[in-house]
Design a protein around this ligand. Structure first.
Ligand code: ARG
Length: 465
């Protein structure tokens, strides 16, 4: 049977394999709500512009509402022969309202239709992700405030570097997620232009009102160039770029959770809620959720790479290649949403092991920089020389297998005669973090202040749960 949407030109139906490669209904049915909203805005505008009679427009709008409830009730039968969500809905509309249904597609094409539907979906999904990210920030900032003064090792190269506080570490992620959110806000602004009315590629000769449809769908304005409106998918790419960076951030936090809850580190305790056991080793409590968050960044990047590759080299305007924009984007953004939910749960759930953190904070001569700074501040030594003197003292401690504050004064004085008893006042980890009061530094007073600033800011956002 030839296709009823374009059957005029076709004598035969498609080969089975053609139907299989061509159909997108298996995944683009996700866009039914946006498709129906777009159609309703379009037909209302057609009636207002007297392009379609009022009663036909009403019948169409009513039919679209019926279809919406059929789909939501799970009573709609999607057909692969009808290829995609747009034709599935239009075919059902014809069954419901008869020949008037055929007037809906006046001054419109599936090209501007799909571009509109997908923009709406991506925009609304970014909004949801942003809300979720605000929830994660809230969980992190809450932990930060509660543990503003808990010392832990700060690392570079995963080697003990200088003591920091647990709260400071949590707030580092709050900042990163804050930038992810601002990227989402930015992308949203750019994508919020309405393609509807660009028609196939060149616009239309009907006296449509693109400003009205744009407004009805919550867009800021109609897209200014009809070719661009139907040909670009940079809005999806920006969403996936933003998602990739956010997934990378979550993956780093997940990796830290994995390391921290190992027996060797023992920095945090995760409850049974986000861990699994082993079928053979009874002692195990594996951080599977964190591992999966770490892993899923891969599929988010994959979706970005796939779509960048699909789009490169496509001549303007629409090509069917662009149908490949949806499936992986759906998958990537759904998985990112899952990752945010899981990591937020883990952050809420984790309890820092204060004793182990403090012990680890003092190991690896983590206050060596404080010793060097003392030599500069009190003895007026140039920093490079202080670095050298400190290195020699660290060498003594390492030879004897003792911590820095356990090195006797005489031994320090043998390295530099000017060193006094006062030096011990900077060698404890608590003193070390307390002294880091420079703006953005790890001192507990700073951390408390920053945590409260974030908590206040987040509580002002209506969406932060
Ligand atoms: N299912 C198609 C897509 O997702 C809709 C647009 C089809 N347009 C066309 N000219 N064949 O891209």
């Amino acid at each position: 049977m030839s296709n009823r949407m374009w059957g005029g030109r076709f004598a035969e139906g498609p080969a089975a394999i053609m139907e299989e490669i061509n159909a997108s209904i298996g995944y683009d049915q996700k866009l039914y709500r946006q498709d129906i909203a777009g159609s309703k805005a379009h037909v209302r505008m057609l009636a207002a512009q007297q392009i379609v009679a009022g009663e036909d427009a009403q019948a169409i709008a009513h039919g679209l509402d019926t279809i919406l409830s059929e789909i939501e009730a799970g009573k709609f039968e999607f057909s692969r022969a009808l290829e995609d969500i747009h034709m599935n809905i239009e075919a059902r509309l014809a069954e419901l309202v008869g020949p008037a249904a055929g007037r809906l597609h006046t001054a419109r094409s599936r090209n501007d239709q799909v571009a509109t539907d997908f923009r709406l979906w991506v925009r609304d999904t970014l909004d949801t992700l942003d809300e979720q990210l605000a929830g994660l920030q809230l969980a992190l900032a809450t932990k930060a405030e509660a543990h503003a003064g808990v010392v832990m090792p700060g690392f570079t190269h995963l080697q003990s570097a200088q003591p920091v506080t647990f709260g400071h570490h949590m707030l580092a992620y709050v900042e990163m997620i804050g930038r992810d959110r601002s990227r989402a806000t930015d992308a949203r602004k750019r994508m919020n232009e309405c393609p509807l009315g660009a028609a196939a590629l060149a616009g239309t000769s009907f006296p449509i009102d693109r400003h009205a449809t744009a407004k009805a769908l919550g867009f800021d304005r109609p897209a200014a160039n009809s070719l661009d409106a139907v040909a670009d998918r940079d809005f999806v790419l920006e969403a996936l770029t933003t998602a990739s960076i956010a997934a990378m951030h979550l993956s780093r936090l997940a990796e830290e959770i994995v390391i921290w809850c190992s027996a060797q580190f023992g920095f945090i305790k995760l409850s049974d809620k986000y861990t699994t056991g082993s079928s053979i080793m009874p002692q195990k409590q594996n951080p599977d959720a964190a591992e999966l968050v770490r892993a899923k960044a891969g599929r988010v990047y994959g979706a970005l790479m796939a779509l960048l590759t699909v789009m490169k080299g496509l001549p303007l305007a629409y090509s069917k290649d662009m149908q490949e924009d949806k499936e992986q984007a759906f998958d990537a953004l759904a998985n990112l949403s899952l990752c945010i939910a899981a990591i937020t749960g883990m952050v809420d759930d984790m309890e820092p092991n204060v004793k182990a953190l403090k012990k680890a904070a003092g190991s690896g001569y983590s206050t060596a920089t404080d010793l060097a700074d003392w030599l500069v501040r009190v003895l007026g030594m140039p920093f490079r020389q202080a670095h050298h003197v400190t290195g020699t003292i660290v060498g003594i401690a390492a030879d004897r297998g003792i911590e820095l504050h356990k090195v006797p004064l005489e031994d320090m004085q043998a390295v530099d005669a000017g060193i006094t008893e006062d030096v011990y006042s900077v060698l404890s980890v608590d003193k070390s973090v307390k002294s880091r009061v420079s703006y953005g530094g790890t001192a507990p007073v700073n951390v408390r202040k920053q945590a409260r600033r974030w908590l206040k800011q987040l509580s002002r956002e209506p969406e932060a749960k």
